[in-house]
Design a protein around this ligand. Structure first.
Ligand SMILES: [Zn+2]
Length: 276
């Protein structure tokens, strides 16, 4: 008997569960040049992610964060959707997606044209005042930060894509941190940092939709972070079929109905061709 290709298995799973919720992770954005980041805000790949509490309590932590993001943010700002993002947009247009929940903060699903998206961990293109809740475009904060810190522009030259060791020797104390234009309060990218919680209504909306869906398809996620894994747990409790398409192991392997250890972009694109 010939073996069934992962793309055929995926197409079959979609046909059998036509009202799907999709959960995506870093693996859909790696082909867009965004490193597979342990740091869930996706700003910097190798140093330990900044913790919510540390960011809020330490001026130095904020100096270090904003200085690094002068180099890290343009990678996300200038990224283009991958074949995986485009395939998922087509899947939505074909009527198979009830909701797409993403753990990524890069907005590439929206850039690709997806409509029903929950940014579970927020969006890195917005910056929020933690005092008066004013919301700013990251692009403007970034440009202002460059003007305020001309001596940090040279960091661009010394930054390496594979690490920030060079940056550790930099004196972040001289970095001018952007502040809220209205009240002078602390500005923070509008993303959920480690040590902080996903807003409840986001989780409830996602769970409500999963409850009414036929199944759950996770794409490009190891599901190691609990905020994403919990959707698999609940889907399993509700006896919804779960398929994971990703390279490598996932935390949900024991409760999956279908595991496709296969390249994300290629498999999705082929599956869409079968479904069209
Ligand atoms: Zn403010």
């Amino acid at each position: 008997m010939p073996t069934i290709e992962p793309a055929e298995q995926l197409a079959l799973f979609i046909q059998n569960n036509p009202r799907l919720v999709i959960l995506t992770g870093a693996g859909v954005s790696t082909d867009s040049g965004i490193p597979a980041y342990r740091d869930k805000q996706g700003n910097w790949q190798h140093s330990a992610p900044v913790q919510h509490k540390e960011f809020m309590q330490s001026h130095y932590a904020r100096q270090r964060y904003w200085a690094r993001s002068l180099i890290g943010w343009p990678t996300i700002r200038d990224a283009h959707p991958s074949e995986a993002h485009i395939a998922l947009t087509k899947l939505e247009q074909l009527g198979y997606i009830q909701l797409l929940i993403t753990q990524n903060v890069d907005r590439l699903h929206q850039k690709a044209g997806s409509q029903q998206v929950i940014d579970l961990h927020g969006r890195s293109d917005k910056v929020k005042c933690m005092e008066c809740h004013a919301l700013y475009d990251r692009v403007n904060i970034h440009d202002r930060s460059l003007l305020d810190n001309p001596h940090f522009k040279t960091l661009k030259a010394s930054a390496k894509p594979d690490g920030d060791a060079d940056l550790e020797s930099v004196h972040f104390e001289s970095f001018t941190v952007p502040a809220c234009e209205r009240c002078g309060g602390i500005l923070k990218p509008d993303v959920v940092y480690f040590g902080d919680n996903v807003p409840k209504e986001r989780v409830f909306n996602a769970l409500d939709t999963i409850k009414q869906a036929d199944g759950l398809l996770t794409v490009g996620s190891s599901l190691m972070v609990y905020s994403g894994y919990r959707f698999c747990k609940r889907a399993n409790e509700w006896q919804k079929p779960i398929c994971a398409l990703t390279l490598g192991v996932t935390r949900a392997d024991s409760i999956l109905d279908l595991k496709l250890d296969s390249p994300v972009s290629e498999t999705l694109t082929k599956a869409i061709d079968i479904l069209k």
